[in-house]
Structures are given as C-alpha cells and as structure tokens.
Design a protein around this ligand. Structure first.
Ligand code: NAP
Length: 257
C-alpha cells in the first residue's frame, strides 16, 4: 500500500452506514455531506426541516440518503421511531447532532423550555445512544460522535437548560466510552465554538453580543458548519480507533484564551 492510500484508508467510511440526527441545516448538514464524501450511506432524522437539500447533496457524492421523522422533544415517541428504524437498518456510525436552545434569564426560565431542551439535548441523546449501542455491541464495532458545546465547559448566559444538557453530553460521552471502549466502540464528542447557524442567529443579530464574541475568538471569525467536517470524519473513521471519551474543541481557539 502506498503512503497516500494508507492515509486515505484511515479516513475511509466505505461500506458504512451513518445515522445523523438533524442534518437538515447547519452543522448536521455539513457533517452528513462530509461523511458521505468519505464513503458512508446516510440516514438522517428531521423534526420540522425537510431534508430534500441534504438528500440532494449526499446523493451528489454517490451515496444513498434515507430520511426518518423523529421528535426528540418527546423521548417515548422518539424511542418507538428509533426501534422501527433499527429493525430495518444496521448503524455503524451515530452522530448525535440534533439540539435545541431556549434563551431566558435563569430567574424566569419556564418549566416547559427546561423540559424541551433537556429532552432533546440530553434524554433523547441517551436513549438513542443506548439503542444504537446495543446494535453495535452485537456487531462488536461502532463509532459514536456527540455534538457537545463550549457550554459543556462553561456556564454561558441566559441558557441554563442548554448548559446543563451540554455538560451532560460531555459526561455521557465519557460514561459510554468507558463501558464500550473494550468492545471496539469509540464514543467521542466535538465541542464546536461559535458557528454561524440557525442556533446562533439571535446572538449574531445582537450587535453588541456579536462584537463581544468576535473579539474573544482568537481566530477572529465565527466558525462555519464546514469547519466541523474534518473532525467528524476523523472521529467516525479508523483514524481515531484509539480515542475514547475525548471532547474535541473546534472553536477557533476560544477555550485556549
Ligand atoms: P440548527 O441548524 O438549528 O440544527 C439543529 C438541528 O436539531 C435541526 O436539524 C433540528 O431539526 C434538530 N432538532 C431540534 N429540535 C428537535 C426535535 N425536537 N426533534 C428532532 N430534531 C430536532 O443548529 P446547529 O447549530 O447546526 O446545531 C447542531 C448541533 O450543534 C446542536 O446540538 C447544537 O447544540 C450544537 N452546537 C451548535 C453551536 C453553534 O454555534 N451553532 C455551538 C455548539 C454546539 P428540525 O430543523 O427538523 O427541527
């Protein structure tokens, strides 16, 4: 094998099927297209956003795309949808990307918003990982990549449920990794910095907040969804076979500051 083909094989996802939650927009779409470009067929879950654009982008790489509707704010119904999906498909790579955010001062945070954020970002992530993990344990291999956040490490402002849920994502990444590393299932996470997506539209629209954030990012710019593509392929591929429970910041240097 030449050096080039050896390195290419380390990052190849040929013959793999990846389940990506929430690939209709932003980070999820960029990751789904990157995994397909490395050879994986893609299954995407959506709640509201149709996946036609992502399907077209994935199919342009020559890989297949299958969409399934799941509401992660309702964990019992999401679990039924996932059970049905797993009867028909074997998953090699799980990307837990779907996430939501509700902004309000902690003193006025509503119970409804609290439960929605915790259900989508933490509870459904746990149960989906558990179910896909059961399938991977039978197969004796798998890759799981959770999308964490800078708020897996920091407190944030006006987003208490999001912060709690993303700290939990970091904790669950390590908890699952510890149990499954010896079964050849690698569980890791990516902590994106400030990325220009729907999720951050409100703070980008706030001139003062936008300026404050930009000043603090050593790279001097907001991240783009494509900035996460390489890390996602790496953590989904044989190149990361000896990585377990790691949370990889892709943040333009924010945490280093
Ligand atoms: P986004 O474009 O708003 O994507 C969020 C995705 O989550 C959407 O595809 C959405 O699907 C899905 N989702 C939300 N609620 C759902 C529900 N109840 N059931 C099923 N799916 C649901 O924002 P994004 O920035 O790319 O976010 C992707 C991930 O990155 C999230 O976990 C977010 O917390 C994380 N993240 C983002 C940033 C950032 O700066 N943008 C930074 C750190 C971490 P529908 O559109 O179909 O509802």
């Amino acid at each position: 094998m030449t050096t080039t083909s050896y390195v290419a094989s380390l990052f190849s996802l040929e013959g793999k099927t990846a389940l990506v939650t929430g690939p209709g927009t932003g980070i999820g779409q960029s990751i789904a297209v990157a995994l397909a470009s490395s050879g994986a067929d893609i299954i995407g879950t959506y709640h509201h956003t149709p996946l036609d654009e992502t399907k077209s982008l994935v199919e342009q790489t020559g890989r297949s795309f299958h969409a399934v509707q799941v509401d992660f704010a309702d964990p019992p119904s999401a679990q039924q949808d996932i059970d049905a999906l797993l009867k028909q498909h074997t998953i090699d790579i799980l990307i837990n990307n779907a996430g939501t955010i509700k902004r309000e001062q902690a003193a006025h945070y509503s119970e409804e918003d609290w439960h929605t954020v915790i259900n989508v970002n933490m509870n459904s992530l746990f149960f989906l990982t558990q179910k896909v993990g059961q399938q991977m344990l039978k197969k004796g291999q798998g890759k799981i990549v959770n999308i964490a956040s800078l708020l897996s490490f920091q407190g944030g402002v006006f987003v208490p449920a999001y912060t709690a849920s993303k700290h939990a994502v970091a904790g669950l990444t390590k908890a699952f990794a510890n149990e499954w590393a010896s079964q050849h299932i690698q569980v890791n996470a990516i902590a994106p910095g400030y990325i220009a997506t729907n999720n951050t539209q409100a703070i980008r629209d706030d001139e003062n907040r936008n300026e404050e954030i930009l000043k603090r990012i050593p790279a001097g710019r907001w991240g783009r969804p494509e900035d996460l593509a390489g890390a996602a392929v790496f953590l989904s591929s044989p190149a990361s076979d000896y990585m377990n429970g790691h949370i990889l910041a892709v943040d333009g240097g924010w945490l280093a500051r």
